[in-house]
Every structure is written in C-alpha cells, then in structure tokens.
Design a protein around this ligand. Structure first.
Ligand SMILES: *Cc1c(COP(=O)(O)O)cnc(C)c1O
Ligand SMILES: [Zn+2]
Length: 418
C-alpha cells in the first residue's frame, strides 16, 4: 500500500495508515488520504495499466487497500464512454460523451466507492457495516457486503423509492426506514449513534464518516482519461449530492496529471437540483469550503441528490474553483426532459439523479458557459430502473387494445402512427 498518512481536511489532525481509523477525533472533517506518488510512479505506467483487466483493482496502487487483502469484485467500473452522436446533433455539440454508470452491478456509480469501502472492512475484519443513504449507496454496500459475508444495516428516509428498498432487502441488508420530518437528516444521525454505541463499521458515501470509500470515486476519472486516449476533456458534468463523486473525480484527475499520464485537467461543472442545492448556493455566494450552509428538507425528483448538507462539499467547492469550473441548479422539469432526451436519442435509461448532469449541460450551453465545440463528458450515474415510478408518471400507461386488425389500426392512427 502506498498510503503515507491520513490528514483531517479541516483541523489537520494526522493519522498513520496502520491505524484503524474512520474519522478525525474532532469529527469535524474528512481524513484526506495521502500517497507516495514517486513510489507509485516507479511501478505504474500507462503501458503497465493498459495490460491490466478493467475495474476497480486495475488501479490498486492508487487505492488505500493492502496488497494481500482478499477484496471482492462484482464487475464494477470499466463502464463504457459512449460517443453521443444523435444527442450531440440534437443539442448542437460536436464532441459529446456519456460515461454510462447505469451498467454497474447495482446500477449506479456507488459501486465504485462501496467496492473500496467494503475492501477496507474486509481488511479490518469487521462483521457489521452501517450506512445512511437515500438508496443507491445502501444498495451498493448491501451487494458488496453480501459477497464479502458482512452484515449490512441501512438507514434510509421513509420516502426512499420502494424499488431501492426492495433491492436492499433482497441482498439481505437490514432496512430501517426513518421518518424524516425536520431539517436534520435522521439517517446520518442514527448511523453515527449506532457506530458510537455498537462499534459498527460506518460506510456511507460521505468522506467525513469513511475516508476509504471516497477513494473509489477516483476510478471513474481514471477511466475517462484512459478512454479518451490519455487526454482530458474540456468539461465534465457531475451530479452532486454529498459531493464525494465530484471531489473524488477531481482527486483522480489530478493524480493522473501528477503521474504525467495526462497533460491537462478538465473543468468541472457541479449540477444540483433546485430542490436541494446547498453547494450551488455556496458557490454562487462565494463561500469558503467550510462555510456551506445546510439546505433544510430537500424536495426534488432527483432523490439520489437529497443531501441537505454536502458532507464532501468542502472538497467539491475547492475542485470547482481549482478547475475553473462552475455550479448550476436545475429544475424537476429540466431533469425529466433530459431523462427523456437521453432515452430517445441515445437509448440510455437513467434515473433523475443520474441525468441531472445532462440537464445541467443543456442549461450551461444556453447560458453560453460551455462552447458547442468543447469536448464534454457527461456522467450518467444511475439507472432508470432504480426509480421506475417517476417514469411511469411521466409517460402514462397505454390503454389495453382488442387484438383485432381493426382495433389495432384504429389505435395506431389515434396515436399518429398510421
Ligand atoms: C449518490 C448519487 C449521486 C451524487 O453523488 P455524491 O457523491 O453524493 O455527490 C449522483 N447520482 C446518483 C445516481 C447517486 O446515487
Ligand atoms: Zn479534524
């Protein structure tokens, strides 16, 4: 393992990689994981990487896991970067790519962080892991936990999609649906209480409660750079809830530049929903990384982005600024329109949270922030099958038709097909 130390992003408290530690003793920030990049550069080259199979463990030296840890692999990562030619024509772009994360084993990108989080749990020999999640992080933890033989307990809000809840149950996770009526996120509160009281392994997709899983997000950035032929795009569009995906991507982009695998860095656009946009608001108000205010109770069709406080917002805000990027909030209507366009023009079925990124791109083009000739990567982070109710509501249910030629043709002409 090439980790040199863990350092609290806020108070600077340091820990050694040998310690079994999840958070800073002041509980005030994420323990940022530092690596010996000179030593990594001695063993890792572009040529060496290209010889390896795809997926999380292709990048083992850049992850905080000991070499002899018996990690589990469910086929996560190694997702296609699809050139979106029809959508590009429709929207007026020349170089538009989609990173299709809907194809991960539990159908969202959360398999990347949870693969690493569970690998660390295996290394630590834990029996029980606990998470706070609106659904996708919990599903990923439940699946990897099942494969690793680790018990998983999940705190989800009472309004979490029932498809997501059923998925958790089938993986064998224990599900606690918590009533959420106030401004405080009860899932995080209960998770922290249970970690304190029972010593369970915390594994939400938030860096301040588990710094190891955060590193899994970097693998998406590595893949994008490799798939573009060792070149950085001009822009990457990233949906933001807790901010771990965005901040982890940025760390990954910077690491490949540090290792001289690429010459440039992309600009990062953070996309949130207008129903929960604490990071966008902080960006627009010029706030510092530790001056982000919580949103209150979220209300958006993008349920995977419902984090009233972006736990990794400090690093996300810094990433946006360092990359000369931007942040934008989109409405439910814009998200549902992007979902429809993606399905109709590219054949990809994404959940609202997973396609907010595309809605953000459309907005940024209208505002003249992104240029039609830019090379753009849009991260499509979760599958539409995660949240089918939203789609059923949007498209309606077709009527039942008598199976006669007359009735069928009457119906086809009523919908303008004949
Ligand atoms: C969790 C999630 C996000 C946001 O990731 P964060 O790390 O919380 O910012 C985006 N899309 C989907 C589908 C998610 O499940
Ligand atoms: Zn600290």
């Amino acid at each position: 393992m090439y980790v040199t130390k863990l350092v609290c992003a806020r108070c600077g408290e340091e820990h050694s990689p040998e310690e079994r530690v999840y958070f800073c003793s002041n509980m005030d920030g994420r323990l940022d994981i530092h690596y010996d990049y000179d030593a990594i550069a001695d063993v890792l080259t572009r040529e060496e990487l290209e010889l390896r199979p795809g997926g999380t463990w292709r990048y083992r030296e850049l992850l905080p896991i000991e070499e002899d840890t018996p990690v589990v692999y469910l086929g996560e990562g190694n997702t296609p970067l699809i050139r979106a030619t029809r959508l590009a024509d429709r929207l007026g772009f020349r170089n538009l790519y989609l990173k299709d994360e809907t194809r991960n084993p539990t159908w969202s990108f959360k398999d990347r962080p949870m693969a690493v989080g569970v690998a660390k749990a295996i290394e630590f020999g834990v029996k029980t892991a606990v998470t706070a999640s609106s659904g996708n992080a919990a599903a990923a933890l439940a699946a990897f936990g099942a494969k690793a033989g680790i018990d998983v307990i999940t705190f989800v809000p009472h309004f979490a999609g029932l498809g997501k809840v059923a998925q958790l149950q089938l993986y064998g996770a224990k599900v606690v649906r918590l009533k959420w009526e106030t401004d405080e996120d009860p899932t995080v509160k209960m998770m922290v209480e249970m970690v304190r009281r029972h010593g369970w392994y915390p594994s939400p997709s938030f860096g301040p409660f588990n710094p190891y899983q955060f590193e899994g997000n970097k693998t998406m950035a590595y893949e994008i750079l490799e798939q573009l032929g060792w070149m950085a795009p001009d822009w990457v569009m990233i949906p933001v809830g807790g901010g771990g995906l965005l901040a982890g991507n940025w760390k990954g982009f910077k690491e490949f530049k540090e290792l001289d695998f690429v010459g440039d860095l992309p600009r990062i656009a953070a996309v949130q929903s207008t129903g929960c946009a604490p990071l966008v608001r902080a960006y627009q108000q010029g706030r510092g990384p530790f001056e982000i205010e919580p949103w209150g109770k979220p209300d958006t069709v993008a349920t995977g982005l419902e984090d009233p406080f972006p736990w990794d917002g400090d690093a996300a805000l810094t990433a946006i600024r360092e990359s000369n990027g931007t942040a934008v909030a989109v409405t439910n209507e814009e998200i549902l329109e992007a979902q429809r366009l993606l399905a109709r023009y590219e054949g990809i079925f994404a959940e609202p949270s997973g396609v907010a990124s595309l809605a953000g791109l459309i907005r940024l083009k209208d505002e003249g922030v992104v240029d039609p000739t830019d090379l753009i990567v849009v991260e499509i982070t979760g599958s539409g099958l995660k949240d089918p109710d939203v789609v059923v509501e949007a498209v309606g249910t077709p009527p039942v038709v008598e199976p006669t030629v007359e009735q069928v043709e009457a119906y086809l002409s009523s919908i303008g097909t004949l």
